[in-house]
Design a protein around this ligand. Structure first.
Ligand SMILES: NC(=O)c1ccc[n+]([C@@H]2O[C@H](COP(=O)([O-])OP(=O)(O)OC[C@H]3O[C@@H](n4cnc5c(N)ncnc54)[C@H](OP(=O)(O)O)[C@@H]3O)[C@@H](O)[C@H]2O)c1
Length: 246
């Protein structure tokens, strides 16, 4: 094995959620591997901050709200033909089932599931997915490892996993591949809504002693985007420091 097989030189990759956390790390690390990156999220200033930290390349920013169908369609129209699509934008608002309402359910599902699904549909219809492209969905261990207050998030991520498998079948004519990554806690804004005390308690249950850094998830995206994974499709990679072993 040599390192060139992991190179993203000459590949054009769309990263959603590129303004923060895992998406930001993915945009930065993919640029270091040679990719040209379309960065998307809602917040232009934070996308510009990500861009300023990237290795040089032919990168562009396209703002889009995953919950607005017209934004999603515009994003699909504005990108060029893609060798890689990293669907990372997502939210995790906690709510016990007794309290959930239409607005909450709709926001969770549209951000985490139907937005990304409609984006893929628009890219397919617009012939923006290249032959042998790689599509990666950012799922979560929550898809199979339940916790209180997490029902809609868990349901959205479980649905993403199965959507990805069906998509993997439907893009076989393109020899494209579709995979998911399922992290447990990652050190991003998403988990910093918890107090430091709660985080320490949760961290103490992680067999390898810590949460993932965003770059450690980005490295898995690089594997899936690279030619090293040309025969890998319909899979899901758990990155959880051993958390779900127990
Ligand atoms: N952190 C974890 O512990 C963890 C664990 C497992 C899975 N994940 C998954 O990893 C992904 C990234 O999470 P993160 O931890 O990096 O969280 P984060 O730091 O909060 O980043 C979330 C990203 O999603 C974007 N986003 C949110 N709502 C959006 C919308 N309506 N339209 C477009 N973009 C939107 C945000 O950008 P704007 O606000 O600029 O729009 C931001 O770039 C999510 O899918 C999450 O479910 C995270």
């Amino acid at each position: 094995m040599n390192n060139t097989v992991f190179s993203l030189e000459g590949k054009t990759i769309l990263v959603t959620g590129a303004s923060s956390g895992i998406g930001k790390a993915t945009a930065i690390e993919c640029s270091k591997m040679g990719a040209n990156v379309f960065l998307s999220a809602r917040n232009k200033e934070r996308l510009e901050q990500t861009l300023s930290e990237m290795a040089p390349g032919n990168h562009s920013i396209i703002t889009a709200d995953m919950t607005h169908l017209e934004d999603v369609q515009k994003l699909a129209e504005e990108v060029s033909v893609l060798d890689g699509i990293a669907l990372i934008a997502g939210i995790n608002d906690k709510m016990i089932i007794k309290k959930i309402d239409d607005e909450y359910v709709s926001k969770m599902l549209s951000t985490n599931l139907s937005g990304p699904a409609m984006l893929v549909k628009s890219l397919l219809k617009g012939k923006k997915i290249a032959k042998q492209a790689s599509i990666v969905f950012m799922s979560s261990v929550s898809a199979f490892y339940p916790s209180v207050s997490n029902a809609m998030y868990a349901a959205s991520k479980a649905a993403v996993n199965q959507f990805a498998k069906v998509l993997a079948l439907e893009v076989l004519p393109l020899k494209a591949r579709v995979n998911c990554i399922q992290p447990a806690f990652v050190e991003t804004e998403m988990i910093h809504k918890y107090s430091e005390e709660t985080l320490s308690e949760i961290r103490s249950n992680y067999p390898l002693g810590r949460f993932a850094r965003p770059e450690e998830i980005a490295y898995a995206v690089i594997y899936y985007m690279s030619d090293a994974s040309q025969l890998v499709t319909g899979t899901s990679l758990v990155i959880d420091g051993g958390y779900t072993l127990r």
